[in-house]
Design a protein around this ligand. Structure first.
Ligand code: ZN
Ligand code: ZN
Length: 292
C-alpha cells in the first residue's frame, strides 16, 4: 500500500481537562487534533490553563501535529458594525495568544459576513481585521512571542457569508497574507460536487490550483445537506451525502495536508473506527496514482 502523507485526527472535547483530551487523542489514534480554547458561543476570554505545560509536553510526546484550535463562532471581522469588528479583533487576538501558550499551531477562524455591505467591503474588513488581530496578539501580555497562526475557513455561503468559493478564499489568502482551512461539508453544500464521479480528484485539483501552499488544513466532514443547499450540518464520514469513494482521490490531490474531522461524536469505538477508516481512505490510493 502506498505511503499515507496526510496526518489524520479530529476535534476533541476539553471539558475533562487537557490531559484527558490527550488521552482520548491517543485512544483514537489521532495524529493531529482540534480543540476550543474558549467557549465558542460566548465572548468570554480564554482562561489561562494550569495544565498548559502538561498539554504542550504531552502533545509533543504523542507527536500530535499540527495542534489546531477553532476560534469563537461569534467572531465576525467583516461585520458592518465597527463595535463588532473591534470586539472580534480583540477576541481573535486573545485566542491566538491563548492558543500559542498551549503550543497550538493553527487557529481556524470563520471568514464572517458582510451583512449587506457587499463582498468588496466585507473582504477589505476581513483582511484588515486579520492584520489587526495578529498585531494585537503579539502585543498581549503573556503572548511571549508564542502566537498561533490564524487560518481562514470557507463558509457554506448562507446569507451574506464571505468565502464560500475557493477563489474568495484565495483572495483573502493573498491580500491578508494568511493560509486557509477547507471544510469539505461546507464546500459541498456551497456547490463543490464531491459526490460526482471523479469529484474528489476535481475538487482537490481546483483547491490546489487556486490556493497551492495556502491550504494549511482540511476539515473533513461529511455533509448532512444536499449539494448547493448552503445549509451547514456535519455527518460522520460515509454517513452523509459524500460517498467514501471520493476521498482517496481527494487526499491524493492534497498530499501532506493535515486532516481534522469535526463530525458528531459517537461511542469511543465508533470514533476510533472513523479515524481508522479515514486513515485507510487516505492511504488507499492505487499505486499508479501516487506521485502524480
Ligand atoms: Zn468552523
Ligand atoms: Zn469546519
Amino acid at each position: 500500500m502506498p505511503e499515507r502523507t496526510n496526518r489524520i485526527g479530529r476535534h476533541l472535547p476539553t471539558s475533562g481537562g487537557l490531559a484527558r483530551t490527550l488521552g482520548t487523542a491517543r485512544e483514537l489514534g489521532c495524529e493531529t487534533i482540534q480543540i476550543f480554547v474558549s467557549n465558542p458561543q460566548a465572548w468570554a476570554d480564554p482562561r489561562g490553563r494550569q495544565d498548559a505545560d502538561t498539554f504542550v509536553e504531552g502533545s509533543r510526546e504523542l507527536d500530535i501535529s499540527p495542534v489546531v484550535a477553532h476560534a469563537k463562532y461569534l467572531i465576525n471581522l467583516a461585520s458592518t458594525s465597527e463595535e463588532q469588528r473591534d470586539l472580534s479583533v480583540l477576541a481573535l487576538a486573545r485566542e491566538l495568544a491563548a492558543a500559542g501558550a498551549l503550543g497550538v499551531d493553527l487557529v481556524v477562524v470563520h471568514a464572517g459576513s458582510h451583512g449587506g455591505d457587499g463582498e468588496e467591503k466585507g473582504m477589505k474588513r476581513l483582511v484588515e481585521g486579520l492584520e489587526r488581530a495578529r498585531e494585537r496578539a503579539a502585543g498581549l501580555d503573556g503572548a511571549a512571542g508564542a502566537v498561533a497562526e490564524p487560518v481562514v475557513e470557507n463558509s457554506v455561503g448562507a446569507g451574506t457569508q464571505l468565502c464560500s468559493t475557493v477563489e474568495d478564499l484565495g483572495e483573502v489568502a493573498r491580500r491578508g497574507g494568511v493560509r486557509v482551512c477547507v471544510d469539505t461539508a461546507h464546500a459541498f453544500v456551497a456547490g463543490y460536487d464531491l459526490s460526482a464521479e471523479d469529484g474528489g480528484r476535481m475538487v482537490a485539483k481546483h483547491l490546489l490550483d487556486a490556493l497551492g501552499e495556502a491550504v494549511a488544513l482540511v476539515h473533513l466532514n461529511d455533509a448532512k445537506n444536499e449539494l448547493g443547499s448552503h445549509r451547514d450540518g456535519h455527518r460522520k464520514v460515509g454517513e452523509g451525502c459524500i460517498p467514501l469513494d471520493s476521498w482517496p482521490e481527494f487526499f491524493g490531490g492534497l498530499p501532506g495536508v493535515p486532516v481534522v474531522m469535526e463530525t458528531p461524536y459517537g461511542t469511543p469505538e465508533a470514533d476510533f473506527e472513523e479515524v481508522l477508516l479515514v486513515k485507510k481512505l487516505a492511504g488507499g490510493l492505487r499505486k499508479a496514482q501516487v506521485g502524480r
